[in-house]
Design a protein around this ligand. Sequence first.
Ligand code: F0G
Length: 467
Amino acid sequence: MKERWFVPYRYKMVEKISVPEKSERWNILKSGGFNMFSIPSEKVYIDLLTDSGTGTMSDKQWSAIVSADESYAGSRSFFDIKKSVKEIMGFDNVLPVHQGRAAEKVLNSVLIKEGMYVPGNTHFDTTKAHIENAKGRCIDVTISESENSNSNYPFKGNLDINRLEKEIEKVTPQKVAYILITVTCNSGGGQPVSMKNIKDVSKIARKYGLKLFFDAARFAENCYFIKTREDGYQNKTVREISNELFSYSDGFTMSSKKDAIVPMGGLLVVRDINLFDMLKPFVILNEGYLTYGGMSGMTMAALAQGLYESTDFEYLHYRIGQVKMLGELLKEASIPVVTPIGGHAVFIDGRRFFPNIPEDQFPAQYLCAALYEAGGVRTVEVGANLADRDPDTGENIRPKLDLCRLAIPRRSYSFEHMMYIVETVKEVFQNSKNITSGFQFDFESKGIRHFSSTFKLVDSNKDSLFN
Ligand code: F0G
């Protein structure tokens, strides 16, 4: 374990950014229906909407791009990915896809039949949508500690083993398509899953003859948490931990836009050669030939290199340390952040931040909009808007937590940027108890509604979100 916290890189290229005028920010918010996705990124000062495809590539990734192989069939850059996956995750059967949700689409098209279930720890929204699109259903069996934004439990992404087993028995194992573990659990607050929990889940999977898959978008950050929080792993390297973690699974989907630090790219990897053969035609039909699958050679070359860089301990120690520092500074200012601080993002509890905005008036969405109004900082709601409606009853799902996510792009923002974010959040917090009304839908889009729905103020007389 390193004693000192240091930045393990320096900047070789910069991009100019600036803060739009306050009146312009208000007009942008209003004309876009207070939806964060409708804000042009040029009008954002610090963009914390996502850590996906927003990381800064290294000199080594850029040089891999220069020497990438753009061949359609048998691209050398694809074999570079195969080598990285073998060394870091231990698998041979690799299918390239253009991004994470494409891997989800292919896997679920093959594994799910109508009426089947996928138990797991709070499935990501695209994952859930693909499972439901294939006429399956998700069962969330995350441990109850995840519902308490104040609890300091170190592995809040864990699955509740007893509940998992009960749910399997209830729906019958024949109706379980597979078990899914998301590492780290994005929707649950970027919280990690322990190696012990993964082992226990894999035992259950074996007991019932079920397959266990990972959503591995942030696998390296999960491995970092295992190394620093779980007994017995302190002296193991991140890559050793990664190899062990994946050894318990039957494969994984991965959005490479996160931990592989590339703007685009994804992977679908399986152990079973028969399943691999069944998946191939879906990749060819939807994504592209088996040695590029929707990625350019340049993307593949950068992805292969990015996998090595993201499993470097010094990089992870700084990366997760930066997110933690932001969270700690907010906590010191009494901002209700989800603890422990997650791997890729700081999550603020919208209901506790705005205790007087009624729960069904989207307090976390209100906070996202207020942060943009206050300082041009863009964040995203992971709460009641994102949770959408129950596909069977049509009722609004009321999530356990209504969160505003401050996702930190990898290797992109400095300490000064973090301080600016803290000041912006504090400014909104000052008057937060006096805000008594929030948003209602102006237009509610059908299916994955948070991307394109718009809101209006419940109190239409407001000319700012601060009063
Ligand atoms: N799984 C997880 C856990 C994710 O966080 C994402 C994307 C996906 C799958 C889908 O991957 O975007 O490459 O198709 N998360 C982004 C985010 C969009 O902002 O958290 P994708």
